[in-house]
Design a protein around this ligand. Structure first.
Ligand code: DX5
Ligand code: ZN
Length: 226
């Protein structure tokens, strides 16, 4: 089970300290939400911040590009220290070349899908990716409520993963707290992005440990009541 705190929910006045806190927390990845004010109605941070934070931790940087023109960002983020680079299926025909470009840069290939987009949109590409990021909120802001209607999509993608014997991570992102982590794990998720719920805790280490424990327990016993 992968626990990935989202930098979007960190204290912007203390990014270095926050990354050190994530590094010490036992988290698996650092989720970096990149927003361009075009693909989503918000702007966050760019390659320069990733480059600054890179030396502070050996944790993989899970970079989520919520950007209309990711083709101009792939190399800057790859050179700044991104390990996983994810682009949105909603970008349409340009997605396949983007996935190959991420691969050619030697990075792990991620594909994200928004709540209104049907799972069938990503099925043809599942064999080409290392990570499917299933958005459980509409992208753009942290602290939003979890969208329950996405659960069947997680179940469908997990079923395809098993049927096709694929190995990509199934990551969920948005409104993930302990209860939603368990619910998504039961549906087949194995990677959990969490911003508000984790960064809001005084003891991040305990919160990460607890979220991983509930996800493992739910994954092992899908039928168990919450
Ligand atoms: C939303 C981002 C999410 C968000 C998660 O567009 O992609 O990663 O930061 O934050 P919480 O956990 O606060 O919903
Ligand atoms: Zn994200």
């Amino acid at each position: 089970m992968i626990i990935a705190p989202s930098l979007l929910a960190a204290n912007y006045g203390r990014f270095a300290d926050e990354v050190r806190r994530v590094d010490r927390s036992g988290a698996d990845w650092l989720h970096v939400d990149v927003m361009d004010g075009n693909f989503v109605p918000n702007i966050s941070f760019g390659p320069g911040l990733v480059k600054t934070l890179r030396p502070l931790t050996r944790l993989p940087f899970d970079v989520h590009l919520m950007c209309a023109r990711p083709e101009i960002l792939l190399e800057p983020f790859a050179q700044s220290g991104a390990d996983w680079i994810t682009v949105h299926i909603e970008l349409g025909d340009q997605v396949t070349p983007l996935l190959w470009k991420i691969r050619s840069l030697g990075k792990k290939v991620g594909l994200a899908i928004n709540p209104p987009t049907p799972a069938t949109a990503v099925e043809p590409l599942l064999k080409h990716i290392d990570l499917l990021l299933v958005m459980t909120v509409n992208p753009g802001f942290g602290g939003q409520p979890f969208i329950e209607e996405v659960i069947p999509k997680i179940q469908q993608v997990d079923a395809w993963r098993r049927q096709k014997k694929l190995k990509f991570h199934l990551e969920v992102d948005g409104g993930i707290n302990l209860a939603k982590a368990a619910e998504c794990a039961r549906a087949g998720a194995d990677a959990f992005v969490s911003g508000t719920s984790l960064f809001g805790q005084h003891n991040l280490r305990a919160a990460v440990k607890k979220m991983r424990a509930v996800a493992i327990a739910a994954h092992r016993h899908p039928g168990a009541l919450p």
